[in-house]
Design a protein. Structure first.
Length: 360
């Protein structure tokens, strides 16, 4: 049996302030014996809770919190009544502290009796294959990999060490998954890309013979899909984080440590650089090149390449319905208004060229 199926991962003993600060490599103030065992926000925390202040607009809560320990920056420390860990990046330090308090449960190797495993699949003894999971011919599963219930590991798939398929994850034929990847329920990696040729009024499918390749430390959200390449590979490089309900088209390449929020769609053969952020509901056309450190805000419609680093936006923010209807009505008049403006400009130019002459 695999112990991933029980418990919430919280360490029973917790951590005292001195030990916590030491592991984070940050200074602290307060009783070093103060112990925390769980996390909570400032307003709801109890004495055994770790909390943090990442946004100064919540600074007033420091005077009222009952948290045992608060992670915050030096300028905010004076306002705290609880013991503190002082960090230059409280949000990051809190993330690391939470991982200490809620460690991932260890993987205990084995194959559930309800799993179906091909005879020639190579599975490390320390990996776990969960109930109703399917591992097809030629698959290779590395050390401490967790294949959750209902997941499908297709023919010739390889999964690197310490990766985790939470549940109902589908890795289609030939997919490559690196080390320490985390794939959430419903993710589909390596399905055939959306490639068709027109034959008169009919569509003819183009065989998609490339692969989907995920690097190390990649995270794929629930119900997110990454299509296999048409000829070459679709590549998701190391450290990329994809939220839920994202569509990655065939032959897309996403650079290291880029992050995308939910409902984003990337069309085929687009290249996205390193350390980019793509907010929710962004639509990106195909065959584009996006440089490093490019950031798109929510609902941006990206129809051309952007090489220079920076922040880019499009879309219209929400507004009162009556105002929106008025603006739509004016939008419909833009062509007529533009034509009339050009006529006026032409008349002004004519009058300026012939002073003293009246316009007929």
């Amino acid at each position: 049996m695999n112990d991933n199926s029980s418990g919430d991962g919280v360490t029973a003993a917790g951590l005292d302030l001195e030990r916590l600060a030491g592991l984070l490599g940050e200074p602290f103030r307060g009783d070093p014996r103060t112990r925390v065992v769980r996390v909570a926000d400032l307003l709801n925390a109890e004495a055994d809770c770790l909390s943090f202040l990442g946004d100064r607009k919540y600074r007033g809560a420091l005077a009222h919190t009952r948290a045992g320990v608060v992670i915050l920056s030096e300028p905010d420390a004076a306002a705290a009544t609880a013991p503190v860990v002082i960090s230059r990046n409280p949000y990051l330090s809190f993330a690391r502290a939470a991982r200490l308090l809620y460690p991932s449960p260890a993987v205990v190797g084995g194959i559930h009796p309800a799993a179906v495993v091909a005879p020639d699949a190579v599975i490390d003894p320390s990996a776990w294959i969960g109930p109703t999971a399917v591992v097809e011919a030629g698959a290779q599963i590395g050390p401490r990999v967790f294949v959750g219930p209902g997941s499908i590991v297709g023919e010739g798939v390889s999964i690197g060490e310490d990766s985790r398929l939470v549940a109902r994850v589908t890795l289609c034929r030939g997919t490559r998954v690196g080390k320490r990847a985390l794939l959430h329920p419903g993710a589909v990696i390596g399905r055939s890309g959306f490639g068709f040729a027109k034959d008169g009024e009919r569509w003819v499918r183009i065989p998609q013979v490339g692969r989907a390749v995920l690097g190390d430390d990649v995270e794929i959200g629930a119900n997110t899909t990454v299509d296999r390449g048409a000829i070459g590979d679709t590549v998701i490089h190391d450290g990329v984080k994809l939220d839920n309900h994202i569509q990655i088209g065939h032959n897309v390449e996403v650079g290291e440590h880029t992050a995308m929020a939910a409902m984003t769609g990337i069309s085929g053969s687009t290249r996205i650089g390193r350390n980019c952020t793509i907010a929710g509901a962004v639509g990106m056309a195909g065959h584009l090149t996006i440089g490093d450190q490019v950031h798109f805000t929510g609902q941006a419609m990206v129809t051309r390449s952007f090489a220079a680093a920076g922040s880019y936006s499009s879309g219209i923010p929400a507004m009162p319905s009556a105002e929106w209807r008025r603006n739509v009505a004016r939008f419909r008049q833009l062509d007529e208004l533009t034509r009339r403006l050009k006529q006026l400009e032409a008349r002004v130019a004519q009058s300026s060229a012939a002073p003293g002459q009246e316009d007929n």
